[in-house]
Ligand binder design. Structure first.
Ligand code: UT7
Length: 332
């Protein structure tokens, strides 16, 4: 009997209505459209506005759209996994909250914290559950409300991030499609280069942590930039070599969207022509866990069964890696 693999069988997204443009940012901090376009490649990003709205609200909206599109009842979902660094709260998990808001009852699940690698780490976790043969319908939500941990007085970070959520359904298949291979890695020596300083058990929230703006994400951009290029390129090349894939065989390279210059440099090192590199950073910015699935959602209509995709990411931790995916269906 053929091996059971995990196939993505449906995908939906939620994007907040509010569009934060470079012009608006230029009125908030000392920056310009030219600087942002040249150094990062972002034109605009979406921001979730509204009192009491959280990551779970975006995740639940994407989930409800997905279930309705797929004709899947909430009670058919047996596992819910959520990739996020902006959970609604430290606990309960955002997986529990999204499930509750979406009417999903017969399930268990949890959140995965792997920063910008959250989607790939969660996709592989979902794949392992499905490959065990026990799970038939796994809901994966990749969602971040990055605006909740962004300092809009810091020009070096506030231009980068946006909010979004993507929900996808994973199901078992015995066809030669789905999650084919993975290389995922982590290195905790990067913990001080990209992180949220306070609000955890190390530095619980206090007047002092608020005054010092330690509840906003911090990054040493230059250091992260260099390591991101080399790790993403190395791991993607290794994945292609391991699976005997060349640039001609590949339908799409789908990289994490943190900086257009990182994406271009990685694509060049891999020898992938520009037209095969999926890029949408100009419209959404860095949505952390949601960047790669947002690309897949936008590509969905043009993807065909058996298309070979290499996904690749780098993020806080450090965490990084690549997944080789064969698309499982032709879009209706
Ligand atoms: O997703 C997780 C992983 N994260 C990443 O992969 C992000 C990696 N890092 C980056 O993408 C880039 O390092 C940044 C986009 C964050 C920054 O770009 P950079 O080219 O590395 O700029 P820089 O930090 O070296 O700053 C260069 C100059 C500085 O001015 P001086 O010191 O040369 O006078 C900054 O103060 O640019 C200045 N600057 C800005 N100027 C206008 C920094 N941010 C801005 C800004 N507008 N928004």
């Amino acid at each position: 009997m053929n091996k059971i693999r995990a196939a993505i069988t449906g995908i939906e997204a939620f994007l907040p209505d509010y569009v934060l443009t470079n012009d608006e940012l230029s009125r908030m901090v000392d920056t310009s459209n030219e600087w942002i376009m040249q150094r990062v490649g972002i034109k605009e990003r979406r921001i979730l506005k509204g009192e009491g709205l959280a990551t779970s609200d975006m995740g639940a909206e994407a989930t409800k759209k997905l279930l309705s599109k797929m004709g899947v009842k909430p009670e058919e979902i047996d596992l819910v996994l959520v990739a996020t660094v902006t959970p609604d709260m430290a606990f309960p998990s955002t997986a529990c909250i999204i499930a509750e808001k979406s009417g999903i009852k017969n399930f268990w699940g949890f959140d995965v914290s792997a920063a910008c690698s959250g989607f790939l780490f969660t996709l592989q976790t979902a794949a392992h559950f499905i490959e065990s043969g026990k799970y038939k319908k796994v809901l994966l939500v990749a969602a971040d409300k990055m605006s909740s941990i962004t300092d809009y007085t810091d020009r070096s970070t506030c231009i980068l991030f946006g909010d979004a959520a993507v929900a996808m359904l994973l199901e078992p298949t015995t066809d030669e499609v789905g999650v084919m291979d993975y290389i995922l890695q982590a290195d905790g020596s990067g913990k001080d280069s990209l992180y949220l300083k306070a609000g955890g058990s190390l530095k619980p929230a206090s007047h002092a942590t608020v005054d010092a703006k330690e509840h906003f994400m911090y990054q040493d951009g230059k250091t992260v930039f260099k390591i991101a290029v080399s790790k993403m390129a190395d791991v993607s090349v290794a994945m292609m070599e391991k699976n005997h894939i060349n640039a001609d065989d590949l339908a799409w390279f789908v990289p994490h969207q943190a900086n257009l210059r990182i994406i271009d440099a990685v694509g060049r090192r891999m020898g992938i022509p520009k037209e095969k590199v999926m890029i949408n950073i100009e419209r959404y910015g860095n949505t952390t866990a949601a960047t790669i699935p947002l690309c897949l959602w936008e590509l969905e209509k043009s993807l065909k069964k058996d298309d070979k995709l290499i996904l690749s990411t780098f993020g806080g931790g450090y965490t990084w890696g690549s997944i080789y995916l064969k698309w499982a269906y032709n879009s209706k």
